[in-house]
Design a protein around this ligand. Structure first.
Ligand code: MN
Length: 262
């Protein structure tokens, strides 16, 4: 066996011994999964629903299965470049054409729990990423930048969506941070614990919804409604985020796993 083969052998041994653990960054997907709230002038995305086809009964005596239905962007999910108008003409921009190689990458976890607790509209800036890099090193090309806010610990839908008269409030990214990550760090994309990759008030930003506009517009991805980011080290984890291979899919629920030795 060559050296490359040994790397995989060591991975398998590490998983077996528990030296490498698999952290599930995925929220359960079901009828109670909260769905993003858009202004009433726009079409809304249906949440998860399920109809039983059979359950060991006269419709199927030995088998259980369901028919399921949901918007592509429901629960823990993946945003493809084609999701946003800025990414609509890019090559390989849909779930069925994104190269599989791009579904695996290292994670940089930026902990802004304190800032988010003090200010639910907190935005991570370019300066915030540069401060992170001083401690943890440069954000590698091809990595996920995951924003740890502990927002996933808000277990009731109302607190999670946090909608007030002037719209939703949750932390996110400043435009200058997104442009830096896209164009000067060449990241795979950004991931968040909130319902979408943009801050709650991002409809009012310039450009509106900058996380979507800039990330999807530059061929990058998004991960929303992640959890368990508090179980990851700042660097060193490897994320596997592999959405359904939907033809011309703009996104899909995804089981996001992280391999870590921490
Ligand atoms: Mn989405």
């Amino acid at each position: 066996m060559d050296a490359n083969g040994r790397v995989l052998q060591e991975l398998v041994a590490g998983l077996a011994s528990g030296d490498i653990s698999v952290v599930d960054l995925t929220q359960p997907l079901g009828p109670d999964t909260p769905v993003i709230d858009l202004p009433a002038i726009f079409a809304s995305s249906p949440g998860f629903s399920r109809k039983t086809i059979s359950r060991y009964d006269e419709k199927g005596p030995a088998w259980y299965w369901n028919a399921i239905s949901f918007g592509e962007h429901t629960g823990t999910h993946f945003d493809a470049p084609i999701h946003w108008v800025t990414g609509k003409d890019l090559p390989n921009n849909a779930l069925d054409t994104i190269p599989a190689r791009k579904l695996v990458g290292p994670a940089c976890v930026v902990d802004v729990t304190r800032e988010s607790a003090e200010n639910e509209d907190y935005l991570l800036t370019r300066a915030g990423i540069e401060a992170w890099e001083k401690k943890h090193g440069r954000v590698p090309a091809g990595s996920w930048v995951l924003l740890r806010t502990d927002w996933s610990k808000r277990k009731d839908a109302a607190g999670f969506l946090n909608v007030r008269e002037d719209g939703p409030h949750n932390p996110g990214f400043h435009k200058d941070c997104l442009e830096f990550l896209a164009h000067e760090r060449d990241v795979l994309g950004v991931g968040v614990e909130t319902v979408g990759t943009d801050a709650g008030q991002a409809a009012t930003f310039d450009p509106p919804f900058p996380a979507h506009a800039i990330m999807q517009g530059s061929g990058r991805f998004g991960l929303a409604s992640l959890c368990n980011l508090d179980r990851l080290p700042s660097t060193g984890a490897v994320v596997i985020a592999s959405p359904l291979k939907l033809v011309e899919g703009s996104g899909s629920p995804v089981r996001v796993l992280a391999l870590t030795t921490a």
